[in-house]
Write a protein that binds this ligand. Structure first.
Ligand SMILES: *[C@@H]1O[C@H](CO)[C@@H](O)[C@H](O)[C@H]1NC(C)=O
Ligand SMILES: *[C@@H]1O[C@H](CO)[C@@H](O)[C@H](O)[C@H]1NC(C)=O
Ligand SMILES: *[C@@H]1O[C@H](CO)[C@@H](O)[C@H](O)[C@H]1NC(C)=O
Ligand SMILES: *[C@@H]1O[C@H](CO)[C@@H](O)[C@H](O)[C@H]1NC(C)=O
Ligand SMILES: *[C@@H]1O[C@H](CO)[C@@H](O)[C@H](O)[C@H]1NC(C)=O
Ligand SMILES: *[C@@H]1O[C@H](CO)[C@@H](O)[C@H](O)[C@H]1NC(C)=O
Length: 696
């Protein structure tokens, strides 16, 4: 965010163009330059100041016989270590004194006892280590004090006594370990406080309470891990707040509720993983929010930003793992004009996200791995009022045939309005090493149309669905799996499944606890639970660390010239299977194929004979139609069309038609072209069907 760089946005000096610098015709000390220069008061009022510039001269003392009318005395980058009141006493009009980059190491060496006219004092980049009580006596008019980049370890509670006019205090980049609220009790006028760059781990409750006039607070680069709920209590006038470059893992939302006047908030460069539901709510004056350069940020969850009536700009850029913005991440942001989302890992931005921002004028989504499928179709579907920033670098990354095409040139109109979920590859790694007792959060996110549902499968094959609380496991509806206090026996392969009615995608992660990883179990057993004329019910024991499982079944009796093996991919976490639509009184052979994470594969097979049916006639009819369909399904999958058997004659897309038939539908369409190998070598026809897994 621009506003946070350099000077504070509140009292930022506007670079006034072409203000003349004129010579000041006085007796000027040797090597110094005397000029009338433009000068701004700490409240940004323009003035002209009689300036003596003795910067960069390697002098060790203040030059003698300075012009009596000197208003600004610049002594930056010298070697001065001591200063007496008498050396400056005669400069009755001195308003600014710059002693930065000198050698002061003790505040008593800096003997200013009474300079009631001084407004601005620069002592930055010296070697001050301590400020005792009453360090700055007799500076009752002082408005700006720069003490940054010293070696301050200790500041006495009453160090600033007497500075009742101070507006601006820079304490950043010192060696402070705490922030003491007593410092501020004598600074009732303070408007700007820079205290970043100190190794303060925590801001305590009420730390800034006396600062009721403070407008800008910079707490950057402090190693802050947590902001307590009442840390910002009392900052009634605060408009700008920066937590840039800290160690915050969550948005300090309760603390932020205590500063209702906030307009600018900078949370850049913090290790947040998610922006969660209502992290930013009811901040009625917030205008700009920055969430940039976050190495760990994966997701902006549902209703993350709610009721921010004055928010006009949101900057969420340069977050290498940010792969998901929930379609309903934003709610009631009526003034939002600019949405910056470039240089993230987003595969898409949902149409609903854009539609939820009624005043959106411009959007930046370039330099993201955009998948040019139906989710991003809105870009070209209607005449959008929204301007794209850098459209020439807004390119498709997927699918392969559209790679590097400009997103604006993609003929989206020819696309369907449904697409498969794809789990973002950057949302969680494929391997993770943790310590015994750690809390582990795995974020699985996928975008699709319709919105996908997500579940996780543990190494034991237990399926974990959102909201369910299963021991130490918890799955959040957006797809995050939390494991509280993981133990060694919970190490193993965890798999996320994202599915919608078109199909599913899965992605697994190997979690090692204290470097250990359990071995796969020895045996695989497949059991027949029930046999009926038209279906056989199978079940098996869950097996540790399975990557994928398939069930195949066939009957040799029915195969004449065309040998057909049915294959169903078993969703992870499923341990029983109802093979339906079989022939009565027929011998079947079924095998479960399981691939494990350590590249092992195992097979277990059973055979069973279906019972004889009672309603002979009807059954045969059904079966014939079905068999035709299954065979047809194969052929037509390739052709991409299927004529529906007995349900109507309009040609439909194969997937839809099969879906309509109820239980039998194609899963994993990405595998639809795959021809499985038969048990006896030669290629067989395979129909990928799923016949109602029971425990899904
Ligand atoms: C100090 O400033 C006042 C008011 O601007 C001016 O009248 C006076 O001459 C200045 N003093 C000197 C020594 O220049
Ligand atoms: C939509 O895509 C077509 C190319 O198929 C292009 O000619 C047209 O300008 C695009 N419309 C918008 C609004 O980007
Ligand atoms: C894990 O989370 C629990 C509950 O949220 C918390 O009490 C515990 O301190 C956390 N443990 C670690 C190692 O962070
Ligand atoms: C796991 O490793 C940590 C750190 O090395 C150690 O403190 C802990 O005792 C180990 N836990 C087990 C169960 O070995
Ligand atoms: C298996 O499928 C058949 C046919 O759809 C059904 O009648 C039967 O109830 C199912 N069995 C179980 C245990 O769900
Ligand atoms: C299951 O089938 C798919 C496609 O037919 C294949 O890629 C996969 O390797 C099979 N898995 C096992 C465990 O046989």
């Amino acid at each position: 965010m621009r506003g946070f760089q350099g000077c504070s946005l509140l009292l930022c000096v506007v670079a006034a163009a072409a203000i003349p610098i004129v010579p000041w015709k006085v007796k000027c000390p040797l090597q110094c330059v005397c000029q009338i220069r433009p000068w701004y008061t700490p409240r940004s009022v323009y003035r002209e100041a009689a300036t003596v510039d003795c910067n960069d001269l390697f002098i060790t003392a203040v030059p003698k016989d300075l012009p009596a009318g000197t208003q600004t005395l610049l002594l930056q980058s010298n070697n001065i270590a001591r200063l007496e009141q008498s050396e400056l006493d005669y400069l009755r009009n001195l308003t600014e004194l710059d002693l930065s980059q000198n050698s002061f190491s003790n505040v008593w060496d800096f003997g200013l006892k009474s300079m009631p006219q001084l407004l601005s004092l620069h002592l930055e980049e010296n070697r001050l280590a301590e400020l005792p009580d009453c360090s700055f006596p007799g500076l009752g008019s002082l408005q700006e004090l720069y003490l940054n980049h010293n070696q301050l370890r200790r500041i006495a509670p009453r160090a600033f006594t007497g500075l009742s006019s101070l507006l601006r205090l820079h304490l950043n980049s010192n060696l402070l370990r705490t922030v003491d609220s007593r410092w501020f009790q004598v600074l009732p006028s303070l408007e700007i406080l820079m205290i970043g760059g100190n190794r303060v781990d925590a801001i305590l409750d009420m730390n800034f309470r006396p600062l009721s006039n403070l407008r800008s607070l910079v707490l950057a680069g402090m190693n802050l891990r947590e902001i307590s709920d009442y840390a910002l209590e009392g900052l009634r006038s605060l408009e700008s707040l920066s937590f840039y470059d800290n160690k915050l893992v969550a948005v300090p939302k309760r603390a932020l509720q205590r500063v209702p006047g906030l307009k600018f908030l900078d949370l850049n460069k913090n290790p947040l993983q998610r922006v969660r539901q209502s992290d930013f709510t009811n901040m009625l004056h917030l205008k700009e929010l920055g969430l940039n350069n976050m190495e760990e940020l994966v997701s902006i969850d549902k209703f993350a930003l709610i009721n921010l009536p004055e928010l006009t700009k949101l900057d969420v850029t340069n977050n290498p793992k940010l792969s998901f913005i929930h379609p309903n991440a934003f709610h009631h942001l009526p003034q939002m004009e600019t949405l910056m989302l470039n240089n993230n890992a987003l595969s898409a931005l949902h149409k609903q996200t854009v539609e939820s921002l009624p005043n959106l004028q411009e959007i930046s989504i370039h330099s993201n791995p955009i998948r040019c499928d139906c989710v991003i179709r809105w870009v070209n579907s209607t005449e959008t009022r929204i301007r794209f920033i850098e459209p020439q670098s807004t390119l498709c990354a997927e699918p392969p045939d559209l790679k590097r095409r400009h997103i604006r040139d993609v003929p989206f109109r020819e696309m369907t309005d449904r697409c498969l979920p794809l789990i973002s590859t950057r949302s969680f790694p494929s391997r993770l090493e943790v310590m015994d007792g750690d809390n582990v959060s795995l974020h699985c996110r996928a975008m699709a149309e319709p919105d996908p549902e997500i579940y996780w499968v543990t190494p034991e094959g237990v399926k974990l669905i959102p909201y369910a609380h299963d021991g130490r496991y918890r799955v959040h509806p957006e797809g995050t799996l939390e494991i509280v206090g993981i133990s060694e026996h919970e190490a193993g392969l965890y798999t996320c499944v994202a599915h919608n009615l078109l199909g599913a995608d899965t992605k697994s992660i190997t979690v090692l606890v204290n470097s250990s990883f359990p071995r796969s179990e020895a045996s695989l057993e497949l059991a027949v639970l029930d046999v009926q004329p038209y279906h056989i019910l199978l079940s098996w024991k869950p097996h540790l660390n399975a990557v994928s499982s398939n069930l195949t079944w066939s009957s040799f009796l029915l195969s004449s010239s065309l040998d057909t093996t049915n294959v169903a991919r078993i969703p992870l976490g499923t341990h029983t299977y109802n093979i339906t639509r079989l022939h009565q009184d027929t011998e079947y052979w079924a095998c479960l194929h399981v691939a494990f994470v350590d590249l092992q594969a195992k097979v277990a097979c059973v055979n069973a004979r279906t019972k004889e049916a009672i309603h002979h006639q009807r059954f045969l009819g059904d079966t014939q139609c079905l068999l035709t369909l299954l065979a047809l399904g194969v052929l037509l999958l390739a052709a991409g069309l299927v004529a529906r058997c007995g349900f109507g004659d309009e040609p439909r897309r194969a997937k839809d038609a099969l879906w309509d038939m109820g239980a039998v539908h194609v899963v994993y369409p990405r595998l639809a072209q795959h021809w499985a190998q038969g048990p006896r070598g030669g290629p067989l026809l395979a129909v990928e069907v799923q016949a109602e897994p029971l425990d899904s």
